[in-house]
Design a protein around this ligand. Structure first.
Ligand SMILES: O=C(O)CCC(=O)C(=O)O
Ligand SMILES: [Fe+2]
Length: 178
């Protein structure tokens, strides 16, 4: 991924070496009132990368595209890869996290397993210096460490990209002219 973006070799390893990996397993029972019962709130993932297996290949994951919710059809033996907020920051918005929500299926139970790759906790989150140019200036404010971001994210209501949005520079007003 770093190579594809033309990043310096150590730019991604210094973010992720010493980071954590976590897993979550989800069981969503079938629910005839799927329009009033939520799976999880719409959100973007928090950390680096998420690898998701839609284990029993039952439809239920939606992504938001151009303001509309689109169902993701599970493909056999394929993973869904989600970009997390922290990777969006490190890549200075070149890779963007997609807002998604799991919903309940009226006819079938649904199982999925997510694996989260997280940066190391004491890393100071900021766009990688090798991606910053005059045409692609820094798009985020000073954020603090990964641990600070975790704390802020979990003390904020989980709604779409709202927490990450508080970290963005308003490029019209705040862009630094160099
Ligand atoms: O249920 C799913 O497939 C997605 C779960 C999810 O969005 C997450 O773990 O962040
Ligand atoms: Fe998610």
């Amino acid at each position: 991924m770093g190579k594809a973006l033309g990043m310096k070799g150590e730019d991604l390893s210094e973010v992720f070496d010493g980071g954590e990996q976590a897993m979550a397993m989800y069981y969503y029972p079938k629910c005839p009132q799927e329009d009033v019962v939520m799976g999880l709130n719409p959100h973007t993932d928090l950390a680096g990368l998420t690898i998701l297996s839609q284990l029993n290949e039952v439809e239920g994951l939606h992504i938001k595209k151009d303001g509309a919710w689109i169902p993701i059809t599970p493909l056999p033996n394929a993973f869904v890869i989600n970009v997390g907020d922290m990777l969006e920051i490190v890549t200075n918005e070149i890779y963007k996290g997609v807002e998604h929500r799991p919903v309940l299926n009226p006819n079938k139970e649904r199982l999925s397993i997510a694996t989260f790759f997280k940066p190391k906790r004491n890393y100071y989150l900021s766009p990688a210096s090798s991606l910053i140019t005059l045409r692609n200036p820094v798009k985020f404010k000073q954020i603090g460490t990964v641990a600070d971001y975790f704390k802020g994210y979990f003390s904020h209501q989980l709604v779409g990209k709202s927490y990450l949005d508080t970290m963005r520079l308003n490029t019209k007003d705040e862009e630094i002219n160099t």
